[in-house]
Ligand binder design. Structure first.
Ligand code: AMP
Ligand code: GLY
Length: 425
């Protein structure tokens, strides 16, 4: 099969790596890709939102399957464009990607189908939002821009003053652009967070192994929210009993709800869950692999990714046995100092050769590029260093050792990825 992957981050590098291991993969392309992906795939300079150019390319190169890594093109309807031209693409159509594209949609869906989530109200008008917040007795309260905001459109406000400022940022200053035309105000939940990525074919759902992200920039969950500074998999808190409850009360009901709404979901549903005292509840849905969740989940997946993606498109997922290795993985993100606020780019990077021939160690590129034959930084999250181990503790030790193999002058990382594991043991 000839494969095209759309995206340019660590997630797409992990997808490309997984595809490269498939016996069925022949030629792999990635648009636009990055310096690391270029070692596995031919990178083509077409942007992820250039749907017609991507479809032209897929036709020209006889691409058998296009895998969309990113949320923006999915929410924008790339799969519909491909389908209309008779091209096979993995990911939800526009009418299903709205599960991630609109928080108001997903909250209303959960309410209608009794899927456990935080209580909420939706607002189109900032004055009404403020009126509601004045009467809202319980702080903290959570404000969410309705649309896509690079994982940053969520504000946790501890007082009315903070919430007032939040409404201003989201709805009036449009800090997250048109994503803030509508807003969800939500009850604050407490508990442990778990990410469960799942394959879905419209009716059947097959959960992958669990993972946990670390969204804050600094150690001890300090500092601003980021796209994710590191992950571990599996989550020891996601027990068999919790898994059973989630499948019954959250996962299958979500798939069935989307089908009932005439929006059959085919692709990946990423369940952001909070394990509360009242049981597991949905924090958010995403319509694609998580980043950096993919960097710990895919290296542990034994099943051929192309078989699973095709089964999702063909509606035959019930015939797939999804199998993961009985081990653990930890990913530590190496970022540019100052991320997510402001940081320097084009900094030369060294040490990639240390990963050559090391089984169970991976350097997934997120923001890198090749400049005159030298790999340089090209983003806030630069690379994700993943290592496997027989236990989470061993995987963490391995990942932190490997994190030292790469150097660049403004390298920054968290030192406590997976620290929570110690509590579980
Ligand atoms: P989201 O993009 O919706 O996953 O939100 C980003 C982060 O904000 C989550 O990973 C949680 O840590 C936090 N968060 C979102 N919604 C809530 C909530 N209702 N209660 C507590 N924390 C939340
Ligand atoms: N790591 C969270 C996300 O991909 O949305």
């Amino acid at each position: 099969m000839n494969i095209l992957i759309v995206g340019s981050g660590g997630r797409e590098h992990a997808i490309a790596w997984s595809v490269s291991r498939s016996k069925r993969a022949e030629k792999i392309y990635c648009a636009p890709g990055n310096a690391g992906i270029a070692e596995l795939a031919e990178c083509v300079p077409i942007g992820a939102m250039e749907f017609d150019r991507l479809a032209d390319f897929a036709e020209e190169k006889n691409i058998d399957l296009t895998i969309i890594g990113m949320d923006d093109p999915l929410v924008g309807g790339i799969v519909d464009v491909f389908e209309k031209r008779g091209l096979r693409a993995f990911g939800p159509r526009k009418n299903a990607a709205i599960l991630e594209g609109s928080k108001a949609f997903s909250k209303d869906l959960m309410k209608k189908y009794n899927i456990p989530t935080a209580a909420y109200e939706t607002f189109d008008d900032p004055d009404q939002a403020l009126e509601y917040l004045k009467s809202c007795a319980k702080y903290p309260v959570v404000l969410k821009a309705d649309g896509l905001a690079l994982g940053k459109g969520v504000l946790i406000c501890n007082s009315f003053a903070e919430a007032e400022e939040g409404v201003r940022q989201i709805m009036q200053d449009k800090k997250f652009g048109s994503a803030g035309d509508r807003m969800v105000i939500e009850e604050f939940m407490t508990g442990r967070e778990v990410s469960v990525l799942t394959f879905v074919d419209g009716k059947t759902i097959r959960p992958m192994t669990s993972a946990q992200d670390h969204k804050r920039a600094g150690d001890g969950d300090s500092g601003p929210n980021t796209g994710g500074m590191g992950t571990f998999s599996p989550s020891p808190f996601y027990t068999e009993e919790i898994d059973r409850i989630c499948r019954e009360t959250i996962m299958q009901p979500t798939v069935d709800a989307m089908a009932s709404e005439g929006r059959p979901f085919q692709g990946i549903i990423f369940f952001g869950l909070m394990l509360t005292e009242d049981g597991p509840k949905v924090l958010e849905y995403n319509a694609r692999f998580g980043d950096p969740e993919a960097q710990v989940v895919l290296p542990r997946m034994k099943t051929d990714i192309l078989d699973v993606c095709e089964a999702c498109i063909d509606g035959t997922l019930d015939q797939i046995d999804l199998v993961f290795e009985d081990n653990a993985a930890v990913c530590v993100v190496l970022a540019s100092e100052g991320y997510p606020v402001s940081y320097e780019k084009n900094v030369p990077m060294y040490g990639f050769e240390n990963f050559k021939g090391k089984e169970g160690y991976y350097c997934f590129h997120a923001g890198t590029k090749l400049s005159d034959g030298q790999i340089v930084t090209n983003g806030g999250r630069v690379v994700g260093i993943t290592a496997k181990g027989s236990t989470l503790k061993e995987a963490r030790e391995n990942a932190y050792r490997a994190a030292e193999w790469i150097s660049f002058s403004n390298k920054y990382m968290r030192h406590d990825i997976g620290r929570a594991i110690d509590e579980a043991e």
